[in-house]
Design a protein around this ligand. Structure first.
Ligand SMILES: CC(=O)N[C@H]1[C@@H](OP(=O)(O)OP(=O)(O)OC[C@H]2O[C@@H](n3ccc(=O)[nH]c3=O)[C@H](O)[C@@H]2O)O[C@H](CO)[C@@H](O)[C@@H]1O[C@H](C)C(=O)N[C@@H](C)C(=O)N[C@H](CCC(=O)O)C(=O)O
Ligand SMILES: Nc1ncnc2c1ncn2[C@@H]1O[C@H](COP(=O)(O)OP(=O)(O)OP(=O)(O)O)[C@@H](O)[C@H]1O
Ligand SMILES: N[C@H](CCC[C@H](N)C(=O)O)C(=O)O
Ligand SMILES: [Mg+2]
Length: 487
């Protein structure tokens, strides 16, 4: 493919490299191959512009960079927002892509929603995939990727790979990091969904407004013209999200008790799931959702909204929602203790999520709800106090432990959590904390182990000292439950 053709399609000037043949795209100079276009971006750690000479010696024919960057020996495709220009240009190269692509943003519920969207599509007969924290899940396999949102080159090449495998429908997770770094876009996105907004990632974003603005790029820039916005209507930020989508002229699909496209009329928690009365595009039906917790209703219905917005049939969508399978590490029932107390593992790692996970279990608790959790190191510190406070307000026994301390002193992280939960027990070692919770649980109690969900390791140290110690909450819960005994 000639660079001129790719550039013209997105209104960029290929300059001296117009006639050159493009062989690929790279954002890391170490990955540049002859004939590649290099994206030089100012990053959080280093300035990619410093690697322009190395990229050119590696064979880059053109460099997408700010107008003020210095490029010699290759064409300079100058743009004040180089990450965006690069995404648009690269998307011209990575073809074909699946015909129906949707994205989900929000503080909590993205992974669950993309996974449920994939399931609903599959049950409606489509070849569907999802991309997010759990990796890439296709009709044939599931591949763990490590990051929720990969870099733009990996993202677009994954999309092309999926299209070549015959996947026609993809739901992907658009994190605020991914959105603010233009890591997941360029290709036509038919619909975007917003689940909710609450405090997280304020180590990276300047404040809640900045965090919200990053998420809103999904509606203001990423979704294609004439596309749809699916919005959970019952969140404090929903009104503003609707305004943003409305200003852009997107087709609005609101979901929830206040939703119009997908309205939740009632939900009654049962032992193994919940009865939902739902109205979707005028069709009213009562279904059994085979999952517990109000938050899973929200995610299931936003998934239904996405399928509806991309042409799904209401009756088939509701049948599919009634057959949804649990999402790994989201209120996953891991074990039953010797005393008969169920143990759940959940990925709640914000105060809001912790509240939602505890509330999900509350209707099933006869006696006490025991929660074990910690907070991640080298991440938003302000959420720690809030998480402590939420847990102590809503649970009966709180045990504060470690969760990926990374480069921080774990005792200091726990102290910050404990400031919000002064009556909590502190047990740093996560296995011991889980064992203590399980030993303390009697008949009628429920244990919730929060924060790690599907994660397979405890991340300790940073930089060259970083290690991932194998750790799986579900396995540890089972081992501790099998040991039996009360404290
Ligand atoms: C803070 C952050 O998000 N950093 C991400 C970001 O880095 P950056 O652009 O700021 O990169 P940088 O390291 O400063 O480098 C700047 C540029 O120079 C280039 N470079 C760098 C070094 C070199 O030798 N040569 C070179 O060319 C880099 O490729 C980059 O383009 O872009 C990189 C490539 O796209 C990401 O791998 C990296 O994620 C790091 C590893 C990370 O830990 N990110 C986490 C916080 C994250 O993004 N998490 C969210 C989940 C959040 C949620 O679920 O809510 C996610 O979406 O995964
Ligand atoms: N709709 C929701 N409302 C409130 N809390 C939720 C909702 N959905 C999920 N949660 C909570 O958030 C946790 C994480 O859910 P999920 O993995 O789907 O979210 P995510 O947005 O992908 O998270 P991450 O930002 O880490 O990728 C769940 O385990 C649950 O505790
Ligand atoms: N157990 C985890 C959850 C992190 C979720 C991730 N999406 C993020 O905040 O980047 C931690 O705090 O380390
Ligand atoms: Mg996720």
């Amino acid at each position: 493919m000639k660079l001129a053709a790719l550039a013209e399609a997105v209104g960029l000037d290929a300059g001296s490299a117009a006639g050159a043949e493009v062989t690929g795209f790279a954002i890391d100079h170490r990955k540049v191959a002859p004939g590649n276009v290099f994206g030089a971006f100012q990053g959080a750690v280093v300035n990619g512009e410093d690697f322009i000479p190395a990229a050119v010696s590696g064979g880059a024919i053109a460099v997408v960079a700010r107008p003020e960057a210095k490029v010699e020996g290759a064409a300079h495709i100058a743009d004040p927002v180089p990450r965006r220009a690069f995404a648009r240009l690269a998307a011209q190269f990575f073809q074909p892509v699946p015909g129906t692509v949707v994205a989900v943003t929000g503080t909590n519920g993205k992974t669950s929603t993309v996974e449920m969207t994939r399931q609903v599509w599959r049950m409606c007969g489509e070849r569907a995939a999802s991309i997010g924290t759990l990796g890439v899940t296709t009709p044939d396999e599931s591949v763990v990727t490590g990051l929720t949102t990969p870099d733009i080159v990996t993202f677009l090449s994954n999309m092309t790979g999926l299209a070549r495998e015959g996947v026609t429908h993809v739901a992907y997770e658009a994190s605020s990091h991914g959105l603010s770094q233009y890591r997941n876009e360029g290709l036509p996105v038919a619909a975007g969904a917003f689940t909710n907004l609450s405090r997280d990632h304020l180590d990276y974003h300047a404040g809640m407004e900045d965090y919200f603005a990053a998420k809103m790029r999904l509606f203001t820039e990423v979704v294609e013209d004439g596309g749809a916005a699916v919005i959970w209507a019952d969140d404090a930020w929903s009104g503003r999200a609707m305004e943003e989508a409305g200003t852009r002229g997107l087709r609005l699909f609101t979901v929830g008790e206040r939703g119009e496209a997908v309205r939740l009329l009632s939900h009654t928690p049962g032992h193994l799931g919940q009865e939902l009365e739902v109205e979707i595009a005028g069709l009213r039906k009562t279904i059994m959702l085979p999952l517990i917790g109000a938050y899973q209703v929200a995610n299931a219905l936003v998934a239904a909204g996405l399928v509806l917005a991309t042409g799904g049939e209401p009756a088939r969508i509701l049948d599919a929602v009634a057959r949804l399978q649990p999402v790994r590490g989201r209120l996953e029932r891991a074990a039953i203790t010797a005393a008969g107390a169920p143990v759940y593992v959940d990925y709640a790692h914000t105060a809001d999520a912790l509240g939602a996970a505890i509330e999900a279990l509350r209707p099933h608790v006869e006696h006490r709800l025991i929660v074990v959790f910690g907070a991640g190191g080298d991440r938003d510190q302000g959420k720690r106090f809030d998480m402590g406070q939420m847990a102590s307000a809503k649970a009966d026994l709180v045990i504060v432990t470690d969760d990926n301390p990374r480069g921080e002193d774990p005792a200091r992280i726990r102290k910050m959590v404990l400031e919000g939960a002064p009556r909590a027990r502190e047990i740093g070692d996560r296995r011991e904390a889980i064992a203590a919770a399980i030993a303390a649980a009697g008949k009628g109690d429920i244990v919730l182990i929060a924060g790690k969900g599907h994660e397979q390791g405890q991340i300790v140290g940073s930089g060259s000292d970083m290690r991932v110690l194998p750790f799986d909450d579900v396995t540890v819960a089972r081992e501790c439950a099998a040991m039996g005994g009360n404290e």
